[in-house]
Design a protein around this ligand. Structure first.
Ligand SMILES: NC(=O)c1ccc[n+]([C@@H]2O[C@H](COP(=O)([O-])OP(=O)(O)OC[C@H]3O[C@@H](n4cnc5c(N)ncnc54)[C@H](OP(=O)(O)O)[C@@H]3O)[C@@H](O)[C@H]2O)c1
Length: 319
């Protein structure tokens, strides 16, 4: 069978023939893969930079996908940290890490949306007691996950949403869609801090996809602009597109009721993640989310891998 294969952490995967995988345990089945999303997490798996990387090569990338098993059922599956990923004609899944999809689910839509949508859905459901009526700041709101976070916070009853990012065109689209006040993170740091501080002074929850320097600056800006220091502020670390480490100002933690939590593999258990998926699938099937998706044949994985210019679309590889 054919698969995308990574033989070096420095180069894009190549489409090549490999041995057909075999199930090893009673809970495992081989599925025909129908769709696998090219998420940032998959890129970090394939370049060895993700915190779960074991440096083992060669590897087939892909952390989740939609496939059909020998029982004919359509499943969304999440793979364990493995070198046998979903970007292949077939892969082995553990049925305990999968959910059966309704027969009419669109494999490409589910493969595109589940990973980025899960990031905020699970953070708000599993890492905090999110109260409808809360004010939310999304840091990094123009990526696939950030744009979905705006929609999901709204769905869960946020009273107000501030959407902050750099890309002016995508921020304008978010503003036009309504429901969120946009703040540009582009420009002089002092100006950004003033803008963000003014817009986000009274937020209750931050969904943070950036980390690194932008997060340190945003945290200082929000905390110093608060009118009521006793108002709880929960900062949920979800992504790290701007840096793996951030210099958190110590005063932010002393001068406000700031709590920092993370949401992702490990801080949320597999069981908790799976428990949320049916409701998320239902929302996707109902067309609740606006996401731009591009299906690309798996044989073109090398070319699409190298093209990182378009963060608007979520690419889905189709064997
Ligand atoms: N923990 C979880 O459960 C979970 C689940 C899914 C995804 N994630 C993580 O969430 C993050 C975002 O994922 P995604 O799917 O939205 O990615 P994406 O679609 O590639 O979007 C990333 C966005 O980040 C912004 N960005 C990139 N570099 C930046 C920088 N140096 N400073 C500020 N902004 C920068 C860009 O927007 P602008 O150019 O407009 O700023 C871009 O649109 C990734 O780190 C991903 O691994 C976490």
């Amino acid at each position: 069978m054919f698969a995308a294969v990574v033989t070096s952490f420095d180069s894009a995967p190549r489409y090549q023939e490999i041995a057909t995988p075999e199930a090893q345990a009673p809970t495992e089945i081989v599925v025909d893969v129908l769709a696998a999303g090219l998420h940032p997490r998959v890129r970090s798996q394939a370049d060895g930079s993700h915190y779960t990387s074991t440096d083992e090569l060669p590897l087939v990338p892909g952390i989740d996908g939609v496939g059909r098993g020998p029982d004919g059922l359509l499943r969304y599956f999440v793979l364990p940290d493995t070198v046998r990923g979903s970007m292949a004609e077939q892969t082995v899944i553990d049925t305990r890490r999968s959910i059966v999809l309704p027969a009419g689910s669109d494999p490409v839509a589910v493969a595109a949306v589940m990973n980025p949508a899960m990031s905020s859905w699970i953070a708000l459901r599993q890492r905090i007691d999110f109260a409808p009526g809360s004010n939310v700041l999304v840091l990094g709101a123009t990526g696939s996950a950030g744009r979905l976070a705006v929609q999901i916070a709204k769905r869960f009853g946020a009273a107000s949403i501030v959407a902050a990012a750099r890309n002016a065109d995508l921020l304008a689209e978010l503003a036009a869609a309504g429901g969120a006040q946009t703040v540009s993170l582009a420009g002089e740091p002092a100006d950004v801090a003033t803008r963000l501080g003014a817009a986000a002074a009274e937020v209750d929850v931050v969904l943070d996809y950036l980390w690194g320097e932008p997060t340190a600056a945003a945290m200082a800006a929000v905390v110093t602009h608060r009118t009521d220091e006793s108002r709880p502020l929960t900062w949920i670390e979800i992504g790290s597109v701007a840096g793996a480490a951030a210099s958190i100002p110590s005063a932010a933690l002393r001068a406000s009721r700031l709590s920092i939590v993370g949401s992702g593999q490990g801080s949320v258990s597999g069981r908790e993640i799976l428990g949320e998926l049916p409701a998320l699938v239902q929302a996707i099937d109902e067309g609740a989310f606006e996401v731009e998706t591009r299906a690309v044949p798996l044989r073109d994985v090398g070319a699409v891998w190298l093209d990182t210019s378009n963060t608007r679309e979520r690419v889905v590889l189709v064997p």
